[in-house]
Design a binder for this molecule. Structure first.
Ligand code: ATP
Length: 223
């Protein structure tokens, strides 16, 4: 379980997250929504250990964020908004390159299978020839090479076509329901959020998303 207690994050006088306490169970897919600048990426960066809160405590299966960062990082797969892959390498070369940088040894067939699970079949193609959706899938596959249990994704489906969105959604659903992975992801696409998420954290002062999701019968938690 991911347990967050009394979390606060500010940038100088700009308090972005205040007194956030929430528990997230294994196997849950949780949406994180709010207007631009509400604090979604700030929260994901804290949960991925890339940034520190001003105060509050976080534990993942009783592993402390304060004391056991190395252990935690083996558990976490963070997919940033920006795509960071080698454009001139093939999909295979990218996967092998990032496998070498990871803590785990994965065989070529394991790496290929991970891509195929996401319906990314273009193994030998240079990345610069791939569609935006394929690049997003590769960006995700690279973040999941070490088979993390807590998957954090910052707008993984932004700017891609409906088919790729659906395939990414199906992959995430399978990870949560068949493998009990805990997934938190941000999106501005409320159709995607309502169809995929078990429940949604609405962040920020603006209640637009909160009202919209309530009207669709979505379980929400507002902060
Ligand atoms: N490193 C930083 N230094 C100062 N202010 C920051 C920093 N990072 C974020 N902020 C500010 O914190 C607030 C929340 O930003 P954040 O990126 O977390 O929001 P967001 O909900 O992810 O927005 P978006 O939907 O546009 O991605 C914004 O006002 C932003 O300007």
């Amino acid at each position: 379980m991911l347990s967050v207690q009394n979390l606060r994050k500010s940038y100088k006088k700009n308090v972005v997250i205040d007194q956030l306490s929430v528990d997230i169970n294994p196997g849950d897919i949780v949406g994180l929504v709010g207007e631009n600048g509400a604090g979604k990426s700030s929260l994901l960066r804290i949960l991925s250990t890339l940034s520190k809160p001003d105060k509050g405590t976080i534990t993942w299966n009783n592993i402390s964020y304060e004391k056991e960062i190395k252990k935690l990082r083996r558990e976490i797969g963070f997919v940033p908004q920006e795509i960071s892959i080698w454009e001139d390498f093939t999909v295979e070369e990218n996967m092998k390159f990032f496998e070498k940088l990871s803590w785990v040894n994965r065989s070529q067939s394991d790496l290929r299978e991970l891509c195929l699970d996401m319906k990314l079949s273009k193994w030998k193609e240079p990345v610069h020839t791939l569609s935006g959706g394929m690049k997003r899938k590769l960006n995700m596959a690279i973040s999941f090479i070490h088979d993390p249990n807590l998957l954090l994704l910052d707008e993984p489906t932004v700017g891609i076509d409906l088919k790729s969105k659906k395939e990414i959604g199906e992959y995430l659903y399978k990870q949560s329901k068949e493998h009990q992975k805990t997934i938190i992801y941000t999106s501005h696409d409320m159709d995607e959020i309502t169809s995929l998420c078990d429940w949604v954290i609405c962040i920020g002062k603006d209640s637009f998303y909160e009202n919209l999701l309530k009207s669709r019968g979505q379980a929400i938690f507002s902060i």
